[in-house]
Write a protein that binds this ligand. Structure first.
Ligand code: SOE
Length: 395
């Protein structure tokens, strides 16, 4: 379905924080990996003409559009990369799929289960014509996370009993941190729950190969009103509040905590918060099984801790595996062992996997259906918090 048989022309919608991360990935993937298709960074779309021009120059896009509709209508575009806030994901992705374009869509897939369902239907219709789609849970592509999944699949930790996951940030702990779209339910769908809780739901299910069956949770909004911003940095709240004195209503959760029961029998404890003072982007995951345990923290993202219960008890203990060997996922394309990877590499790996699947005619993962399943878990947590009761996640 590519425009020219060996070129994939990409059009990106949105050019803030995620747009910058995706641009770097589209640019770097072919420089480090042997891709089956030539990539063309054909166009970027944004509403403000001056800003989108500046972004295209800075991020390396050939041309610009001032509406996503114009970008989707372009015949020379093969793939649409959706890097906008959640309220526009469904509309853009469905239009692009209907126009026969492959779609990469930022997470969470949508703002509601209903939107996500419509996206899955559109993806399935388009798939019949060879059109592919993927949702951007990039942390799956951290090598240490890939290794963790492999160890679980190989039975190295045995039957999974416990899943412990925290996603901890602190960028709005200051009550004077200004409003941003991420604090507005009509734009973002939810707060910490969907923005970062979605990642740990996806990651724990990816690592364990299991899915969450039922949840009991509580959402909290600690600061209910904030100053309207003078400017917004990278979609996160800026440090300087606007001078007008006007305040806006925070309509999403600041933090979410929930218990989960996995279909395979494991018990899960999850926490997602923007109020963990001092924690910037900690993603901590621990899995305890009948034969061993795994532990990961994104703030030390090249490392996986592995406890092998089969070791001699006199010398057993968590071993610190530096996941930078060529046999670890994606690493061979980069630097020699011990030369570390960072946040942006996950986005590059995402492009590599997507382009490889498109060229091979395979279904990329995580699919829109996977994104919908995560959305159902998030919706169940919200419902549980409202009802003060356990809530099942539809299979
Ligand atoms: C903001 O909380 C954010 O940028 C998330 O939206 C991303 O998904 C996460 O990778 C980092 O934090």
């Amino acid at each position: 379905m590519t425009h020219q048989h060996d070129t994939l022309s990409v059009g990106m919608v949105g050019h803030a924080f995620m747009g910058a991360a995706h641009s770097q990935a589209w640019r770097n993937a072919p420089r480090f990996f042997d891709l089956p298709l030539h990539l063309r960074m054909a166009a970027v779309a944004g509403r403000d003409e001056a800003r989108v021009h500046e972004a295209a120059t800075r991020l390396g896009w050939d041309t610009t559009e001032t509406s996503w509709q114009a970008l989707v209508a372009r015949e020379d575009i093969d793939l649409v990369d959706v890097c906008t806030p959640g309220d526009t994901h469904a509309e853009i992705a469905i239009a692009a799929l209907e126009a026969g374009k492959h779609v990469l869509c930022e997470k969470p897939l949508a703002n509601t289960v209903e939107e996500a369902e419509a996206m899955v239907e559109a993806a399935e219709r388009a798939r019949a014509a060879g059109v592919r789609s993927m949702v951007g849970f990039t942390y799956r592509r951290v090598p240490a996370i890939g290794l963790a999944r492999q160890l679980v699949a190989d039975g190295r930790i045995g039957q999974v009993h416990h899943v412990r996951a925290q996603y901890l940030q602190d960028w709005i702990v200051d009550p004077e941190a200004p409003m941003s779209w991420r604090l507005d339910r009509s734009k973002a769908g939810s707060g910490a729950l969907g923005d970062i809780g979605a990642h740990i739901v996806d990651l724990t299910q990816f690592i364990t190969g299991d899915t969450i069956a039922t949840v009991s949770g509580r959402l909290e909004t600690f600061v209910k009103e904030r100053p309207l911003p003078a400017e917004v940095h990278h979609g996160l709240a800026g440090s300087a509040a606007g001078g007008s004195g006007e305040r806006g209503l925070v309509t999403v959760d600041d933090a979410a905590a929930f218990l989960a029961h996995f279909r395979g029998g494991a018990l899960g404890v999850f926490e997602a918060t923007r109020f963990a003072n001092g924690r910037k982007n900690a993603i901590r995951i621990e899995v305890n099984g009948s034969r061993g345990s795994l532990a990961f923290d994104f703030e030390d993202m090249n490392v996986l801790h592995f406890f092998d219960g089969d070791d001699d008890s006199a010398t057993a203990g968590f071993r610190r595996i530096l996941a930078t060997e060529p046999e670890h996922p994606y690493v061979a394309a980069w630097w020699p062992p011990g030369h570390l990877l960072g946040y942006e590499h996950g986005f590059t790996h995402q492009v590599v996997d997507l382009v490889t699947d498109i060229a091979a005619g395979n279904d990329p993962a995580p699919s829109f259906a996977d994104g919908l399943q995560v959305q159902r878990v998030l919706a169940a947590v919200e419902a549980s918090s409202q009802r003060n009761a356990w809530q099942d996640v539809p299979a």
